[in-house]
Design a protein around this ligand. Structure first.
Ligand code: PAZ
Length: 306
């Protein structure tokens, strides 16, 4: 059995796996004539105990994934958004730092009270609410939440299986921050780790490299784009290119934690391409994802027409 299969056989499916994987299958069936993108977003949690009190988190706010989802929808794609529960989501992300109660006013404090949005907030809320309603009515956005690394991998594989029926029209945009390390179930304590006996020795195991089966077996005809996050600038380019050479997918988008909102490098077989926001674009709040998605849509179209 491969290391990857071994991982699946020793880590149980998420509890709602059948419901979620059927939703993904139905969505792919409904959009079999559309271009469909699977976006992964947010960071995985690796539990340290079976009854989990503590876990190991990979950093990601979900900005990259959720804003990219909006730009893909704008470009006509149907979007499967596989995201870490409680990380940013398309459309609602614009209001993640407000307290909704501050925006609401009670009209007529009697039995037929109504709740309205304060007039000063309408111009901010309305355009985004309209876009959200339009997208939801069109049925072009399916959001699937995960929390743990294991749930993420199960659902990613289910999505790939469903996408493989789309005759190569699928795009995978793997922006989630996925742990490289985990504790196998049989090595994981059942109950909360106690401090009475001093600091625990926690031994982490390597997560199998799922890009290998994903690119070659799960969804071999798709356009696969992976992301690489580093904190040391001197490693970024070489690690991005090495990933591309190792897995033979279409593109690696590299970014540095501290500058990820303004700068990415795009590595493909034939070129390296930088996207950097100018000072003016930063002032105008241009989102780098608008440029990444524009570039990617062109590349995907070229691929589909080739
Ligand atoms: O979600 P976010 O906008 O805060 O961060 C995005 C990101 C840095 C997690 C993403 O661009 C990325 O690089 N994902 C891959 C991470 C990895 O190498 O595992």
């Amino acid at each position: 059995m491969s290391i990857c299969e071994d991982f699946f056989s020793s880590n149980p499916q998420p509890t709602n796996y059948d419901i979620l994987s059927n939703k993904i299958k139905d969505f792919c069936q409904l959009h079999k004539h559309d271009k469909v993108v699977l976006i992964t977003s947010g960071g995985t949690a690796v539990p340290l105990e079976r009854h989990t009190v503590r876990s190991l988190e990979n950093f990601s706010q979900g900005t990259r994934g959720s804003s990219s989802a909006e730009y893909f929808l704008k470009s006509g794609y149907a979007v499967i958004f596989l995201y870490r529960l409680k990380s940013l989501e398309p459309f609602t992300r614009h209001f993640s730092d407000i307290n909704i109660f501050d925006w609401l006013v009670v009209d007529n404090e009697n039995e037929s009270s109504q709740i309205k949005v304060g007039s000063q907030y309408v111009s901010t809320l309305l355009p985004i609410l309209k876009k959200y309603k339009e997208v939801m009515n069109s049925g072009k956005l399916l959001s699937i939440p995960y929390i743990s690394l294991s749930d993420y991998l199960w659902l990613l594989r289910a999505a790939c299986n469903a996408l493989s029926s789309l005759n190569g029209k699928a795009l995978l945009y793997l922006a989630a921050a996925v742990s490289d390390f985990y504790i196998p179930l049989d090595k994981m304590p059942t109950h909360k780790i106690q401090s009475d006996n001093g600091a625990p020795n926690i031994s982490l195991h390597l997560v199998p490299k799922i890009l290998e089966p994903l690119v070659h077996s799960w969804v071999p005809n798709a356009y696969v784009v992976s992301f690489k996050l580093e904190t040391n600038t001197s490693l970024l380019h070489s690690k991005a290119r090495r990933a591309l050479e190792k897995y033979h997918h279409k593109m690696v988008i590299g970014n540095i934690l501290q500058t990820r909102k303004y700068q990415v490098i795009i590595v493909t077989e034939n070129e390296d391409y930088d996207i950097v926001l100018s000072e003016e674009e930063k002032v105008q709040n241009v989102e780098i994802e608008s440029k990444i998605v524009e570039y990617l849509c062109k590349k995907h179209d070229l691929f589909l027409n080739s």
